[in-house]
Design a protein around this ligand. Sequence first.
Ligand code: UD1
Length: 363
Amino acid sequence: MAPVRILTVVGARPQFVKAAMVSRAIVRHNEAGVQPSIVEDIIHTGQHYDRVMSQIFFDEMGIPRPVVNLGVGSGLHGETTGRMLAGIEVEILARKPDWTLVYGDTNSTLAGALAAAKVHVPVAHVEAGLRSFNKRMPEEINRLLTDHVSALLFCPTKAAAANLAREGVAEGVHIIGDVMYDAAVVFGEIARERSAVIADLGLPSKQYALVTCHRAENTDDSARLAGILDGISGVAREMPVVFPIHPRTRKRIAQLGFEERAKGARLIDPVPFVDMVRLEQEARVILTDSGGIQKEAYFHGVPCVTLRDETEWVETVEAGWNQLVGADADRIVNAAKKAVEGAPIAEYGDGRASEKVLTHLLS
Ligand code: UD1
């Protein structure tokens, strides 16, 4: 039987985590000798290129080596997305995959989906249907367009599938749970065993706050960034704060001369996934504008404060785990002080979402 050929397009940090889980499921499928076998070719757009933002994830999570890295790097949205489109199209035409597989909501997601759809290769989108209803976010544009050219739409939650239904997208929609939950289950264990980050940083277990912030809507707006950094420094007066800082945010802080604003917080370089999971597990509270980390907080039983005005992960707020505070310093500090655990969330699946991706691709 001829193998099923999948072309996976990744480029930014959160995609490496999601794709790792599906790649592991592909390896298991092939090792079990199930027919048809699957050939996965990975294209790395090069959107993220620093070792700590990219290569470290491939090494640590055992992701197969990409067949090509387009080396697109940073730049304006149109310029970088355009270069990705052109590069991905060449690979699709040469490799003739049965499916193109894309993840999440980054510019690499959109480029992969659009390139494939235009040459009539069906697109499968993992993490379909999420909406913030804020079209000023590049991610929202990427999600909307990707979903509307996808043939298979893998929704992590019922709310995501309902969003698609409202947009008239019903065919090919499957609620499979969250591949990030799969990652939390597998790497939660590994992190406890292997990561020494808590001891290395001398952090007091369950007494510190973990912060991340990188969204364009927060970093590119100086008033919002000022509010968030002031909030973080307010939290640092209450408890130790550790802040693995994304290169985008570090650059903006330097440009704006905001170094003093996050006073008291411990800024460290971005950390590998296993260390990030460990930092999450031991935190008292997590403050973030990341989509994935809002859920990882819940997966590891830690309350979250979200530095945004809306979230795609509405169930985390409804269950009481997550507070939306925007970029207001006082609200950030108050939310961090009163953050508590919420109720269980009956979503996100059973830790086998990545296997379900394969089942649907093969049927
Ligand atoms: C991108 C995604 C965002 C995702 C995030 C995860 C888009 C529109 N945004 O945002 O949805 O949550 O990845 O990290 O696709 N940079 C480096 N080294 C790197 C990567 C980036 O220095 O390895 C710097 C560059 O100055 C670059 C800036 O960070 O201009 C922003 O990078 P970019 O990929 O455009 O967006 P992210 O903020 O990472």
